[in-house]
Design a protein around this ligand. Structure first.
Ligand SMILES: Nc1nc2c(ncn2[C@@H]2O[C@H](COP(=O)(O)OP(=O)(O)OP(=O)(O)O)[C@@H](O)[C@H]2O)c(=O)[nH]1
Ligand SMILES: [Mg+2]
Length: 459
């Protein structure tokens, strides 16, 4: 899909949801156009395909913690298998579909579809685990399901996380998911009251989420707290779990304790049951509220990503590109100068020894030949130094490599880039940053009541 069609489609999908998006899509378009001009994006690409326009909830956690059971309960259908040994070996993206039966599609469907947050994930996976990207079907699948709960959002269920036996590909996908999600639920399991055995797993999950700027989107959920009924030690278990998290650096956070009523053990003691149920009902309701409001978080994320992208381009990409182009240009000019000196001194020697040039026509012809040769040198040197600089970036930053190629035509290397090149782009980006901040205020006006408390319902 070309960017132009994509803008139209996105507007079509999103305008009903929130009129702010119409504006935001235009801003993405403006950002794309700066990137197209500078060459950071090819004309076929658009930043609108680098983010998830769907509100996205991901469910991560230790194996057999009850992730899939929770998902099934949420969508009120058995879409995922559950069981007491490691069941899931893939990330499953679950979204709404019209079909009466749940349909499972291979990971390739996600990799190739720009509407989903895994577009081109195989490239990402290849970067950390060469060759593994082509086996994306091993890691990902898509399920569509006719559940009203899923309308307008996607859910991701994941394989049980085990830091010891984790492949780079899985780690890469996990951090990609945390990055893209509006809400991340991390499940732990109260059957392991001594989280020591889970230390590495804990460490990794907490590190991945702590590293994230937007920590509020991560909910830490101790699941299966019904199992504490036997020894009646709910507080102890919660306490030791929170201490274990604190040891990994997570001091404050959104902590919850829940269980699934259908999967729970039978609790004979009615007082214990009521206490557990009280905790569960309260925490479960809070989790569901966050899940239901994920559309709001998505709106902020989309605008924030725009602002971050614009800042990155202005503060990082453009200065880097400028420096690279200056390098190339300097080297090309030195080559030109050296070639000119060599040529002129060579001709000087010839004239002195053999008296080649007699008439003005001779001089003119000689001059023309010199200019031609110098032009040839310019082209060759341009190509040589451009290739060298491109090579430097190719692996790390394909966007830089592309932009260098884009900005090194022979005439640009000869006459420079124009004084307005950098200034113009930066001015446009600064406008976008300011407008993005205004859009955030617009969202605040919609979602936040004047008293400052979250009203959570769009006007
Ligand atoms: N007692 C109790 N058992 C639960 C609860 N939730 C799930 N279970 C059981 O725990 C087992 C594992 O549940 P799953 O939902 O498959 O766990 P998962 O996290 O998806 O596991 P993997 O996909 O293998 O990582 C199943 O046998 C569930 O019936 C709960 O709240 N309490
Ligand atoms: Mg599962």
């Amino acid at each position: 899909m070309m960017p132009k069609e994509r803008y139209v489609k996105l507007k079509e999908y999103l305008s009903e949801e929130n009129p702010v998006f119409l504006d935001v899509i235009e801003k993405y378009r403006a950002l794309d156009s700066v990137a197209h001009d500078l060459g950071f994006l090819s004309l076929k690409e658009t930043y609108t395909s680098h983010i998830s326009w769907w509100p996205m909830i991901s469910i991560l956690g230790t194996f057999s913690a009850g992730k899939s059971t929770f998902v099934n309960d949420y969508v009120t259908q058995t879409v995922q298998q559950t069981g007491n040994q490691a069941i899931d070996d893939k990330f499953t993206v679950i979204c709404y579909g019209n079909n009466t039966q749940a349909v499972t599609l291979p990971g390739l469907a996600l990799d190739a579809d720009p509407r989903f947050p895994f577009y081109n994930i195989s490239d990402e996976v290849n970067k950390v685990d060469p060759g593994e990207g082509s086996r994306v079907n091993l890691y990902l699948q898509l399920k569509t399901l006719n559940s009203p709960k899923l309308k307008g959002k996607i859910l991701i269920d994941s394989p049980g996380f085990d830091a010891d036996s984790q492949r780079d590909a899985i780690l890469r996908i996990t951090s990609h998911i945390v990055e893209m999600s509006d809400l991340v639920l991390i499940f732990f399991d109260a059957r392991h009251p001594e989280p020591g055995a889970m230390r590495d797993t804990l460490k990794h999950l907490v590190a991945t989420t702590l590293a994230h700027k937007d920590a509020n989107k991560v909910l830490y959920i101790l699941n299966q707290i019904d199992t504490t009924a036997k020894e009646d030690n709910l507080e102890d278990v919660i306490g030791s779990w929170q201490r274990a998290l604190a040891q990994e650096g997570l001091i404050s956070g959104n902590f919850f304790g829940i269980y699934n009523e259908d999967a729970a053990i039978t609790v004979e003691d009615n007082a214990r049951l009521q206490r557990l149920k009280g905790k569960r009902d309260n925490d479960h309701a809070r989790i569901l509220e966050r899940m239901d409001n994920v559309g709001i978080e998505r709106a902020y994320r989309i605008v924030k990503t725009l602002v971050d992208r614009a800042k990155e381009m202005a503060e990082e990409q453009i200065p880097l590109l400028h420096e690279s182009l200056q390098n190339i240009r300097r080297n090309v000019w030195w080559s030109n100068l050296l070639a000119a000196l060599l040529l002129l001194s060579g001709l000087g020697v010839l004239q002195w020894q053999f008296h080649w040039f007699h008439t003005p026509t001779d001089l003119l012809t000689g001059g023309a030949v010199v200019v031609l040769i110098l032009f040839g040198v310019h082209l060759k040197a341009g190509r040589f130094f451009t290739a060298k600089e491109t090579e430097k970036w190719k692996e790390k930053r394909p966007d830089m490599a592309r932009a260098i190629q884009h900005n090194t035509s022979w005439w640009r290397l000869l006459f420079g880039y124009g004084a307005h090149w950098k200034k113009g782009a930066k001015a446009k980006l600064n406008t976008l940053i300011v407008q993005g901040q205004e859009a955030i205020q617009q969202l605040n006006d919609q979602f936040v009541s004047p008293s400052g408390s979250q009203s959570n319902t769009p006007k």
